[in-house]
Unconditional design. Sequence first.
Lengths: 495, 168
Amino acid sequence: MPDFDLSQPQRQSVVGVGVIFFQKVRKAFNLILSILVLQFGVKADLTSFWFGGAIGLVFIGLLVVAILTYRNFYFYALGDAFIIEKGVFSREKVNVPFERIQTVNINQNIIQRILGVVGLKIDTAGSSGQELEIAALPKSVARHIQSFLMEHKEAVLDEGTENTKESSPSKGERRALMELNLMDLVKIGLTENHLKTAGILFAIINGYFWQFQDYFAEYTEEIFNDKAGWLSYWTMMLPLIIIATFIGIALFSVVQSILRFYDLRFYCDQEGVKLESGLLKRAEYQIPENKIQLIKWSTNPLRKLVGYKTVVVKQASSVQLNDKLSVMIPACREEQLERILSNFFPEKKQSEFQDYPAQTWFQFQLILIFAIIPALFFCFLGYFESPFYLVALIWFGLASILSYQYAKSMTLKSNQEVIQLHRGWMFPQCIYLNYYKLQNIQFKQNVFQKRRSLAHLVLHTAAGSHKMWQMDEKQAMEIYNYALYKIESAEKSWM
Amino acid sequence: MEFKNNTISLEQLPQIESVAFQKLNKEYLWMRITFMVSLYLILLSSALIYNYFTEKFDWWLLPALLSFFLLWLLTVEIVGFKIKGYALRERDISYKSGWVFFSMTSVPFNRIQHSEVTQGPFERMFDLAKVKVYTAGGSGSDISIVGLNEVEANQLKEHINTLSSKHA
């Protein structure tokens, strides 16, 4: 897009009015809906003349606001900063220095898709709520701005330091390392952690139920009044309801996975990672190579069955567990994972890995806490109600196996450059990171551990902290000293 | 220039265990004891007054519980004081503390975001201050070195700032 001049104030595409209008409508809809429900319950007469008139007025108002928003919205580059001017009633000028820009992402929701434009999001290093959004741009312009901003950011950062930036690799089309087809998406949906979804669903329904219980009361009272019939009815229905719920959840997960991961393309090379996906709303995430802090894979029994692992590439973030800032690949085969890892950790093959397992005491500790103590509690209950003896026995058996396997799976591995931390048996997960990406390191030991020469080690990175449990004290100290040496002698910057 | 890349044996690395940690000022311990004892006295008197009017418990029960609690906290504080300390090396700063739950953290200078000196009201009374060192590794990984006198704290902060900008 050579004729696009960022040094002059620019407006977005005219169809931006439409995009902004629908954004406002969506916000207004949520607001009005909640007010309506609170004010009139479900009894409001939605067909009345006054109601229709009010809605019409709101729509016209929103359209005017959308047009004004569009007319007053300018963006341009001036000196070392990208500037956005906006505001309907009061003018606002947002000034973002190039060096503060973290990532520039291109998104496309369904309205933008219909209108043939994309949205551009600029994340800054500041606190949340600081991100800037340009609602509607032709795709080529968005790409142009994206590369313009990233290039200028690099240029500003390189100033003063050395200017020996290698010529960036060929800017030709990057080839996707992996793509997911429809079958993969169905598999992903079916192998989600359904128990977790069920839990979340239950919490949401429960929350709504209590919030609006007055409205439900009329209906529930009738059911509750017929007590005997009610009870037999539910004992029959309950298993059916549970099965139906799980089928519903599985279907929901499949639909969600198709919406979210449709036509997923994952790119991975020397420049970093990039991921595009989505059916109605096309999202794009990218992380430059030097920003990547760690790579994590995880899986669950179902997903293991179809041979997939979930991979997350994490970058530095001030807000912990902020998934918006990490790139997630829901399903990755073993050989693809291996390629991602060897791309970012070429050092992984250069030297032997050494094992630093959690000590056997950890197994006993977990069995004590999760199997023996609860089992004793159930035995105590069994004194009053004998079926609890059976519960105690089953609990003890299952919990001991799970605790034992979990404790056994806890391992830290290290070679000269890379740390690998593995944990979990049913739900295994593993993180990989370079020593020089660590921020600092912490050694923890309570009085009981001291007697047994055991210690915990916490690896603090800019993308979260990770704890290795119950190591041998000497080995923990070994890693501690080595990590400090690697951080302090590192020539590469951690970001 | 000759390029060397010898294998490093772990024994050759600098060992944090063999570093002598700088102990904290005695005033810090007195400050903590004063703080606890005054809190104890406030709680004790309110407990006695409360019981005088309501007569819910035997007269000795609440004072005994409180005294036992104070004794335990004082023991932890006094034993813990001997463990607390910081160590400055050329390239990092370490802080350790905790008797029941021991913890030691080392922050390399090339990972420090910024550092600051803070002083609470009790610390001001004893002319003490603490130095907080922040990294990008989340709140759990920041260290705060307590029990320095005010001049020392400012010197330490300056020193950390100089070294962290040198190694950045």
